[in-house]
Design a protein around this ligand. Structure first.
Ligand code: SF4
Ligand code: SF4
Length: 167
């Protein structure tokens, strides 16, 4: 349970997961942010205004899945590392998961990275499709991992230094 071990429950995750028909349409943001804290950089990062923190800054964010285009701009802007983008249309068997990463070294494009579940369980080795810096004033990177579709809702981190070359 989140309040005890920092790991959201299945019900928590389901409450923020886009419906199957939206997932089937392409990339979309998922805000796994469940605690009422005064925070809203995610909403400010989204030029499409697809994330709302209402009625006040203590509310949890809500993603409008019809407006979100999965650009990923919000991922590196969340101080809680709580936003992910999932693209179930990436390839026949793989989904693309964009996740925030704040450690060094940063995995390189073309490497394989060890993907972790929300509880830190190792789920396998997955290709790093892209590694994008957050910019000069933001040390959070956005890492895009190609994962089997059945793990798209499970892989939410990568093991620091858990990288190797080749497919
Ligand atoms: S992925 Fe892009 S469009 Fe979607 S909520 Fe984030 S910033 Fe907005
Ligand atoms: S920026 Fe992150 S932690 Fe803050 S409200 Fe948005 S999703 Fe939650």
């Amino acid at each position: 349970m989140l309040i005890q071990d920092g790991i959201p429950t299945r019900e928590d995750i389901q409450s923020v997961t886009p419906p199957a028909h939206r997932l089937a349409q392409g990339a979309v943001a998922i805000a796994e942010c469940f605690q009422k804290i005064p925070c809203n950089p995610c909403a400010k990062a989204c030029v499409k205004k697809a994330i709302r923190v209402e009625p006040d800054i203590n509310a949890t964010p809500k993603v409008d899945f019809d407006i979100c285009n999965g650009c990923g701009a919000c991922v590196a802007r969340c101080p809680g590392l709580a936003i992910f983008v999932v693209d179930m249309t990436y390839s026949g068997g793989e989904a693309l998961v964009k996740l925030p990463f704040e450690f060094l070294p940063v995995p390189q494009e073309g490497q394989l990275a060890c993907g972790l579940s929300r509880s830190g369980e190792e789920l396998g080795w997955f290709p790093v499709v892209k590694a994008v810096s957050g910019g000069k004033r933001n040390m959070t990177c956005t890492i895009s991992l190609a994962v089997p579709k059945e793990l798209a809702m499970e892989v939410r981190n990568i093991k620091v230094g858990g990288y190797r070359d080749g497919r």
